[in-house]
Design a protein around this ligand. Structure first.
Ligand code: FES
Ligand SMILES: [Fe+2]
Length: 369
């Protein structure tokens, strides 16, 4: 891979090829319960853009560029009133679509406010998470993944700390089943957390499906078997299922080229398949990855994975790496990214973009529950 190709796959900002691809998908950017009547605004950064998300007094959500178009003060300090957010500096008022409704010190007949449009993006609350869409309109739908759509269980949210690394380093792990043996199993064994570690797959298969890639691993020995791995959902999600029932979506949300935050949405099925009532805002947990000295504590999967992601550097230079046969899933994902970047350049939808809300009621993955 050349440096230029690496840039194309990893850059997330506006008008970059990778950024344009990522702008065809919804991304979770905050937990709805964080926005309360007392603290209704939050600064967020997504795909290299500084934004303010807010909950207005009637319960709707807005997401706008942080800097006012007048002279650039932060709308984070603004007032939520009169149908929008009002700049704290000179009072320009913007609605949720970015139109400027008032400029208190301009002449009544001025056309200035009609000539400007603040960047503003749609927000949707789904299962307690606020999703944003920064791409061209009309918006696609948020795919009804089973974790989101199923009614026979309850949900939970995990918020992981922002890591100083590019999103693709994180997603590539999802196409890399061999990392389990050392990064997870041996690490846990050395820490006394498990009795053995040498269990390793003897072969790896990857199949491209409508939503991304399904992995399969075969294990040898007397009790050899073949196992369906966790699907990687294009472009930046992992669907992780545990044998006993829980299913999690791990969203690797690109904040900018060198920062990424993971949000988990977990689903715990009811034991008997019954439909359960649950709160509109599932319980959320903030995860610690490091010890008090600032080192990864390595005692959990997320801490171990995050060590591997962050220590590759802010943006891994893939022009100097050495891929082997065991990296074929990683190579496949990069190929998918390139193909879909080209689709977006041609004006087509990349894979996984759904526009017809009636097409899928629920999206499951057959083999791995
Ligand atoms: S800087 Fe926002 S109104 Fe002047
Ligand atoms: Fe892992």
């Amino acid at each position: 891979m050349t440096r230029e190709e690496n840039d194309e796959l990893t850059q997330v900002g506006p008008r970059t090829p990778g950024g344009e691809l990522l702008r065809r998908y919804w991304h979770p950017i905050a937990v709805a319960a964080e926005l309360t009547p007392e603290r209704p605004k939050k600064r967020v950064r997504l795909l290299g853009e500084d934004l303010v998300i807010y909950r207005d007094p009637d319960g709707g959500y807005g997401l706008v560029a942080e800097q006012c178009l007048h002279r650039g003060a932060s709308l984070y300090y603004g007032f939520l009133e009169d149908g929008g957010i009002r700049c704290p500096y000179h009072g320009w008022l913007y609605d949720k679509t970015g139109r400027c409704l008032e400029q208190p010190f301009e002449p009544a007949q001025s056309i200035l406010r009609h000539t400007i449009l603040l960047r503003a993006y749609p927000v949707e609350k789904v299962r307690g998470l606020l999703f944003a869409y920064l791409g061209p309109l009309p918006t696609p739908i948020i795919p009804p993944w089973d974790v989101i759509a199923r009614g026979d269980g309850t949900r939970r949210i995990e918020i992981h700390p922002v890591l100083t690394c590019n999103w693709l380093q994180m997603q590539e792990t999802n196409l890399d089943p061999t990392h389990n043996t050392f990064l997870h199993n041996k690490t846990a064994y050395v820490l006394g957390l498990r009795p053995d570690w040498t269990f390793r797959p003897i072969s790896l298969e990857f199949e491209v499906i409508e939503w991304g890639v399904i992995k399969r691993r075969a294990f040898g020995g007397d009790n050899g078997y073949r196992e369906e791995g966790h699907p990687a959902i294009f472009p930046n999600v992992l669907r992780h299922s545990s044998g006993w029932g829980p299913i999690d979506l791990h969203f690797r949300v690109p904040i900018d080229d060198t920062h990424t935050q993971t949000f988990w949405l977990g689903f715990d099925p009811s034991p008997d398949g019954s439909l359960l009532e649950e709160s509109e805002d599932p319980p959320s947990t903030y995860i610690e990855l490091k010890d008090e000295e600032g080192n990864f504590h390595m005692r959990s999967f997320p801490s171990q994975d995050s060590m591997a992601w962050e220590t590759q550097g802010p943006v891994r230079d893939r022009s100097v790496e050495h891929l082997g046969a065991a990296d074929k899933g990683v190579a496949l994902w990069r190929q998918l990214l390139k193909e879909n970047i080209e689709k977006v350049k041609r004006g087509e939808d990349p894979i996984g973009v759904i526009r017809d809300p009636d097409k899928y009621r629920i999206i499951s993955f057959s083999a791995s529950k």
